[in-house]
Design a protein around this ligand. Structure first.
Ligand SMILES: Nc1nc2c(ncn2[C@@H]2O[C@H](COP(=O)(O)OP(=O)(O)OP(=O)(O)O)[C@@H](O)[C@H]2O)c(=O)[nH]1
Ligand SMILES: [Mg+2]
Length: 252
C-alpha cells in the first residue's frame, strides 16, 4: 500500500529471465502485487518471476500490447504501474509517480524520461532520435505535444482501463494509450511527469526492430488519424474485459 492505495506493478516479458530478476529484486516493499506477463517465453522468465514472488500471467499470443492487455486486465490494485521487464526503466521512480498521481489528484501519469547526462552509445542515440521523430509526427498529425511518446512507464488508477479504446496489440500500444488519455482530457486527468533517466543497456536481447517497428508505428499513427477523421476507427472492448489465453509449455 502507498498513500492508501493498493499497488499493482505489471511487466510484459518475452524472454527476459535476466532483466525481470533485476526489476523484481529492486521492487519496493509497498508494492502489493507484481504481475509478470510471460509472453510465451522460451527461456525461464516465468519460473524466475514465480520464484521471486511475482504472479505470472501466461499469454501465448505475441505482441507488446497483447501482453499488456492480458496483464493489466488481471490487476487488482487501485493504482497500476508499468515498466519493461528488461531493467531499463528506473524502479526507484515508482513511488515518485504514485505520489504525484495522488498529490495532484491525477488519473494517469506517463514517465517522461529526461537524461541528465548524454550517453555515448549508438543504441541510445537511435532510441532518443526515434522518440523525437515520433513526438514530432504526433505533433503534426494530432496537434499534441507529447515529450516522450515511446515511454513504457505509466502509473494510473485502474478505472482508466475502462475508459480508453486501445486497439493495438503491438508496439503502438504505448503511444495509443497516451493519445487516448490525453485526447480524453475532460474525462481523464493525465500528465507527463519528468523522471531522471540514466540509460543502461538492456539485459537480454531487444525485441524492438527499429526499422520494422518504427515503420509500423508510423503507419499506425497515420491510419488512426485518417480513420478517426473519416469516422471508421473501430471500438474495441475495454482492457479490463480482456482474458489471457494459452497454457505455458511443459518443460521437456
Ligand atoms: N516487442 C515485443 N516486446 C514484448 C513482447 N512481449 C512482451 N514484450 C516485452 O515488452 C517490453 C518491451 O520490449 P523491448 O524489447 O524492451 O522494446 P524497447 O523497450 O522498445 O527496446 P529496448 O530499448 O531495446 O529495450 C519488454 O519487456 C519485452 O520483453 C512482444 O511480443 N514483442
Ligand atoms: Mg525495453
Amino acid at each position: 500500500m502507498r498513500r492508501g492505495y493498493k499497488i499493482t506493478v505489471v511487466m510484459p516479458c518475452y524472454n527476459e529471465e535476466e532483466g525481470v530478476a533485476d526489476c523484481l529484486a529492486a521492487m519496493p516493499d509497498f508494492v502489493d502485487e507484481v504481475i509478470v506477463v510471460d509472453n510465451n517465453s522460451s527461456d525461464a522468465t516465468g519460473d524466475v518471476a514465480r520464484r521471486m514472488g511475482a504472479r505470472v500471467v501466461f499469454e501465448e499470443r505475441p505482441g507488446y500490447g497483447r501482453a499488456y492487455k492480458s496483464g493489466l486486465s488481471q490487476a487488482a490494485g487501485d493504482v497500476v504501474c508499468t515498466l519493461d521487464g528488461d531493467g531499463t526503466y528506473p524502479v526507484v521512480a515508482i513511488p515518485y509517480l504514485i505520489d504525484i498521481l495522488d498529490r495532484d489528484d491525477l488519473e494517469f501519469v506517463s514517465a517522461w524520461r529526461i537524461a541528465a547526462d548524454w550517453q555515448e552509445s549508438f543504441d541510445y542515440f537511435l532510441r532518443w532520435f526515434g522518440n523525437k521523430v515520433f513526438n514530432f509526427a504526433i505533433l503534426l498529425l494530432y496537434f499534441r505535444h507529447i515529450h516522450d511518446s515511446q515511454s513504457g512507464m505509466w502509473c494510473f488508477r485502474r478505472d482508466v482501463l475502462e475508459k480508453v479504446n486501445v486497439t493495438s496489440d503491438g508496439m503502438p500500444f504505448s503511444e495509443e494509450l497516451k493519445l487516448e488519455v490525453f485526447e480524453k482530457r475532460r474525462e481523464i486527468k493525465g500528465r507527463e511527469v519528468p523522471i531522471d533517466f540514466h540509460y543502461v543497456k538492456r539485459k537480454g536481447e531487444s525485441k524492438l526492430s527499429l526499422w520494422r517497428d518504427g515503420t509500423k508505428n508510423f503507419i499506425f499513427l497515420f491510419r488512426r488519424r485518417l480513420a478517426k477523421l473519416l469516422g471508421f476507427w473501430p471500438k474495441v472492448p475495454p482492457i479490463s474485459d480482456e482474458e489471457p489465453q494459452g497454457e505455458p509449455r511443459k518443460p521437456s
